[in-house]
Design a protein around this ligand. Structure first.
Ligand SMILES: [Zn+2]
Ligand SMILES: [Zn+2]
Length: 273
């Protein structure tokens, strides 16, 4: 099986509101997104199709055909529209990123002939995207940033072994990174709010449990969590999972960019992934 991905873009406006709710309740649940006049985004849509190689042509499916199908959907349904007002589905379902990903999946699912739709990634902005894969519930990923110093040093190894293993990252006084944390939840979008999780609540939990503890700190010296544990990105992903999972039942994955060249993922203690 081979997988090919085509990236497209579109702009659309929307508003997160339930008209039968009071203004206060809309504000409380949807925050700034509840502005009745709307706001908008430049969306980025990655569509991945999967299929066997045609040995005669050397391709899976003509990428121009993939593009034609996606463009047709975008141009008739999404591009340049105010979704809540102009789109029949989004007049009834709040166009959150995750609800849009599920909808786009349903529209495109049967459109690629012998190839299967494998994955859809819809990015609303640099810090928010949703992924829908075949046979899976929809995922929503929010990105957060923090800057910390650390020293890679294991209490289980000798000073010599630490120096040999971690090199300059073992520097006595530490060094630092701009960490990018991805928190991914998975679930069924709520039929009323269209959300897998309430983003304002998620932000508050991550800020309280992670960002306030680690941002502009020396992990080894300033935090309880890494007094004994070596603050490698692997350990940080596990620690962050432990901090967040009691508060976020739908937590699916912790992704941690240590630098733009190092990325670590942890799916929790019970997932064999
Ligand atoms: Zn929005
Ligand atoms: Zn480092």
């Amino acid at each position: 099986m081979l997988y090919l991905t085509r990236r497209s873009e579109f702009s659309a406006a929307h508003s997160y509101r339930i008209e039968s709710w009071s203004e206060e309740k809309n504000r409380a649940v949807f925050g700034l997104c509840s502005n009745p006049n709307g706001h908008g985004h430049d969306y980025q849509l990655d569509v991945t199709v999967a299929g066997p190689l045609n040995p005669l042509s050397g391709i899976v499916l003509n990428i121009a055909e993939v593009d034609r199908v996606i463009k047709e959907m975008i141009e008739t349904e999404l591009e340049g529209k105010f979704l809540n007002r102009e789109h029949p589905y989004f007049q009834k379902h709040i166009p959150t990123t995750e609800t849009m990903a599920v909808y786009i999946w349903k529209v495109l699912e049967t459109k690629f002939g012998n190839c299967k739709l494998h994955k859809i990634k819809l990015q609303e902005n640099d810090n928010l995207y949703s992924v829908k894969e075949e046979g899976e519930l929809v995922q929503l990923t929010r990105k957060y940033h923090f800057s910390s110093a650390h020293r890679l040093h294991s209490h289980h190894l000798t000073d010599e072994e630490n120096k040999k293993l971690f090199g300059k990252c073992n520097n006595l006084y530490g060094h630092g990174h701009n960490y990018c944390l991805e928190v991914t939840v998975i679930g069924e979008p709520d039929p009323i709010t269209g959300m897998v999780v309430n983003l304002a609540e998620l932000d508050e939990i991550v800020d309280r449990e992670v960002i306030k503890k680690f941002d502009h700190k020396h992990l080894n010296l300033d935090t309880e969590e890494f007094k004994e544990i070596n603050p490698t990105s692997e350990n940080m992903a596990i620690v962050i999972w432990k901090l967040l999972s009691p508060h976020i039942p739908s937590l699916y994955k912790i992704g941690l960019w240590e630098t733009q060249r190092n990325y670590f993922e942890y799916f929790g203690p019970h997932k064999g992934k």
